[in-house]
Design a protein around this ligand. Sequence first.
Ligand code: SF4
Length: 402
Amino acid sequence: MIERRPSRGLMVGAVPVGGGAPITVQSMTTTKTADVDGTLAQVYALKGAGADIVRITCNDVAAAQGLAEIVPRSPVPIIADIHFQHRLALAALEAGVHGLRLNPGNIRDPEHVKAVARAAAERHVSIRVGVNAGSLDKELLDRFGGPVPEALVASALREIGYLEAVGFSDIKVSVKHSHVPSMVESYRLLASQVPYPLHLGVTEAGPPPAGLIKSVAGIATLLMEGIGDTIRFSLTADPVEEAEAGRKLLEQLGLRERSGLDLIACPSCGRAEIDVVAVAAEAQRRLEAERIPIQVAVMGCVVNGPGEAREADLGIAAGRGKGHLFIKGNVIRVVPEAEMVDALVDEARRLAVEGVAARLAAADGLAGQLAEEAAAELLALQGDANHARERRARVADVARGA
Ligand code: SF4
């Protein structure tokens, strides 16, 4: 159980952030904001992929006007991303956005920041102080000798000071860095100095898989320490991938309930009776479309499969030309190899409606026996790759002093 750092709560539209609220997933659109229909289509896709909040750039007047049409039609709260021009923050507020992200590195006049804070307070809109190592104020870069964690935190604290000076406290903070250890250190430092909710991210992480690995390394490290209230994967990819990755990370850490499929599969080995990679990929594609919150296992052989995946709600293990369908490690049905994925999808639907106990009760009584026979047949054919029997015998000899 992760003990979370206490943080002050705020609302982004109807979504709570901080104050013990569930950790939220954010992503950002890549369309031109002036393209209202295109941007809205992406916002809907991001929501479908697991985003709770979506950020949209507000980089010119046409973008701000686009926001005025997008926000009322959006299924999730919208945050306007603001750089350089504080007037665009005021315009985004007028467009009805639920949150602002200000970059302290390029909106430098304290009076401009304070003017935005006053206007945001009137509308009960929160502000993220979004520090980025790549666009840090030159004066701080010179003072600290580079974008070190202390410089990022100093930038955040200075901007927070401007907001607090006008009584504004609906603040979120991020100190993103593209270098994972520096990102982790920056957030640790910040977490010890402010009461505000923190938005986690590794900036400019790049394309998957390296971008995913960097993001998970930084974000998961902090989440496991209890630091972080909302997250964003910054991938050079379709933003739907960002939202899916963020959602899956939170589910795997037990910080959000599983909303869909968790597919586990053995890595395959010489004992596999099927192309595990292909079957797992097809199972993933078809089961994800079902949107059933279920853990499903695809195992390459019936010798070890059902036992190793006994925690899975549902699974299939290959025997010679057959698939052994199992629920919680109990084989319930044997199907032809070509029908393995069909059987998984069919059983997943039934499990979702009827539950584990009913489906086990309805199991084919012969299936367990068939699985044992198939395992014995495979062992006879392939031998015991782990040499388990000989090892057990030797261990017993040693224990007896033989
Ligand atoms: S389940 Fe079977 S095929 Fe898959 S890794 Fe284990 S022994 Fe190999």
